[in-house]
Every structure is written in C-alpha cells, then in structure tokens.
Write a protein that binds this ligand. Structure first.
Ligand SMILES: Nc1nc2c(c(=O)[nH]1)N[C@H]1C(S)=C(S)[C@@H](COP(=O)(O)O)O[C@H]1N2
Ligand SMILES: [Mo]
Length: 324
C-alpha cells in the first residue's frame, strides 16, 4: 500500500489550530518524537514517508458542500482508476503513473483573460486556502465512488486570472509527454493527445466546480491526477481532467477528448442523467465502490449525480437528450 490513511478518530488539527502553528507543530512532531510516537500511534507519522512522496495538506472542511455518504476506501480510490495516459486497464495508472514527475509543475494560462502567462503551480494556488469536499464521482461506465478531495474552488482561480467578456468557455489540457506517459507511446491508443476537456463559463463558475490538489488529506497520488486536476461532480467522470498543464479562456466551445473519439456516445455536456442512456448501456444504475464481483453494490443513479439543486438552473430550457 502506498499511503496510510489518517485514523478516522483523529480530528483534523487544521480545524482547531491556526495554520502557522499547525504547520510548525507538525514539523516538530515528525522531527522530535517520530520514533517514540510510532510506538503508540502506528501509521500516523507515515503520512510524509519519503517512499510515497505524498504530503499532508492543511485545509478546512467545507461540510456544506460535502456528502455524508460512506467514503470509498483509499485503497479503492487509488487502485481503480481511469487515466489512459498510463494504459486502459483500471490497475495501469496505479502501476505506471509513478513514472510521471510532478514537481516542479507549471500551468500555462492563455486566451481571453487579463492575466495570461506561465504559472508555477505554487503561484497559482498561493492566494487560496484549501477546502475539503466529499463528492460523489460517477463514471460514464456506470461505477461510482465517494471521494474526499482537497483543493480550491475553480471559480476562485478563474477570478484571479480575470477572464474578459469574450470568454464563454474554459478549456483544459493534460500533460503531453510520451517519455513519462507510456499510454501516449502506445501504438494502439485511440485518444488524440493531449487529453482535453472544457466547461461553459457559467458551469466553471458554479460553486461545486473544484480544482483538487489532494485526497484523504494528502497531496494527490499520481494516478488520481497529480498535482492538480478538475473535479466536476455533477458530470460524468471523464470531464474531471487530470494533471492539468494548460487553461485557456475561449469564445468558442472547445473540442473535448471523448467527444472527438466517439461523438455519438460522449458529448460536451456529459451531465449525469439516468434518463438518457449511453447508446450501449443503461445509465439508470451504478456500481458504488467498494463493490464485490459476486455481489455488486448496485444503486440508483440520480439526476446531475444528486447535485440537481445546485446546478439544474444552468440547463434550464435545454434538451438534455440532445445536449448529452
Ligand atoms: N487526463 C486524463 N484525465 C482523466 C481521464 C484520463 O484518461 N486522462 N479519465 C477520466 C475518467 S473516465 C474518470 S472516471 C476519472 C477517474 O478519476 P479517478 O481515477 O481519480 O477516480 O478521471 C477522468 N480524467
Ligand atoms: Mo470515466
């Protein structure tokens, strides 16, 4: 196992202590009493293991946006993934995403905005405090998870970049580097790299749209889209693009990867919708992970993945069977 989950009985100290004190104390704890503490609290101090490279994050929990459903265990969240840059098997990302180096990382910002340029990831994130949001993630393949993300609202980052009045869409790109991403070297790959995604500006500014830099309280494992990925919980998982290196503000609706691949099966909007089936399977139900092979944990899929109250107004008057 790559990472240890903080025991559930530990109240995140970040909720009760100011950031600077919290960070200093953490430093002190790991240095001074690491050996002694490991006798009494096994696991707790492994969070910053050099072997994993994951770092603990300081955040406040944004409970007003979080579900209280049972979280999908960390082991499933980090072992059952879609990240075609590393292969098409669900276990491939966990096996091979370690071949990608994520530090240092920068994001190119371009297009219709006042603050274009190449941002070191730290500079892009510096003005913002991290929040935890426990969201449902519903893949178009009819499985789902509940994941505690850590990150910043996408709207906050967009405001910082100051899009102008011509910006009607936001476009995102994943890293394209066949040297580090074996799926991009594959001759059988059907995806035209880089992986691309996009949102309409009002969708991107919605309070639920999120840029995650961590999960389960620590920086993102590579297979989950380190060091920064989009999370759009009311849309099918493929909209939640990983390992972002480019953000572009555009006047025209951008072409997105799954749409380019199979436009009759995957659209730009991709809102979770049990009433609109995929041409090859039903979208009425989903397998909520963890789910046994012999006794799969099927549950009903809900409109907009259960976020109807927050997002239905974005699609008023639109035919969702046409704009799938
Ligand atoms: N760059 C990139 N982003 C991606 C994908 C991908 O293949 N490449 N797969 C998408 C799909 S289909 C899903 S369901 C989610 C899965 O996220 P997770 O592996 O963190 O659960 O990532 C999405 N983001
Ligand atoms: Mo997906």
């Amino acid at each position: 196992m790559l990472i240890k989950q903080r025991p559930s009985w530990v109240l995140p100290e970040s909720e009760v202590t100011p950031k600077s004190i919290y960070l200093n104390r953490r430093k002190f704890m790991t240095g001074a009493i690491g050996a002694a503490a490991s006798l009494t609290v096994p696991g707790l101090l492994h969070a910053n293991d050099a072997s994993s490279g994951l770092k603990a994050l300081d955040y406040r929990s944004a409970t007003e946006y979080s579900t209280d459903e049972k979280k999908t265990p960390l082991d499933d969240v980090t072992a059952y993934n879609n990240f075609y840059e590393f292969g098409t098997g669900k276990g491939d990302p966990a096996k091979y995403a370690g071949e990608m180096s994520v530090d240092p990382w920068s994001v190119e910002v371009e297009g219709e905005c006042e603050r274009p340029g190449r941002y070191a990831l730290e500079d892009l994130l510096k003005p913002h405090d991290y929040e935890e949001r426990i969201y449902r993630l519903r893949c178009v393949e009819a499985w789902s998870m509940v994941i505690p993300w850590v990150g910043v609202p996408l709207a906050d980052v967009i405001k910082q970049l100051q899009p102008n009045s011509r910006a009607k869409y936001v476009y995102f790109e994943t890293l394209h580097d066949p040297k580090q991403m074996r799926g991009q070297r594959s001759l059988f790959s059907t995806v035209e790299w880089p992986y691309r995604e996009g949102l309409r500006m009002d969708e991107a500014m919605n309070e639920l749209a999120f840029l995650a830099v961590g999960l389960y309280g620590e920086t993102l494992p590579n297979q989950n889209g380190a060091p920064i990925r989009l999370v759009v919980p009311w849309k099918y998982g493929f909209k939640s693009i990983k390992s972002i290196v480019r953000i572009r503000f555009a006047e025209e609706q951008p072409k997105t990867s799954w749409e380019m691949l199979a436009p009759n099966e995957y659209g730009f909007y991709a809102n979770v919708n049990p009433e609109v089936d995929h041409p090859r399977w039903s979208q009425k139900q989903e397998r909520r992970l963890p789910s046994g092979i012999l006794r799969p944990n099927w549950i009903e899929t809900t409109k907009f993945n259960g976020y109807e109250e927050q997002v239905a107004h974005l699609y008023k008057g639109m035919d969702l069977a046409k704009y799938y």
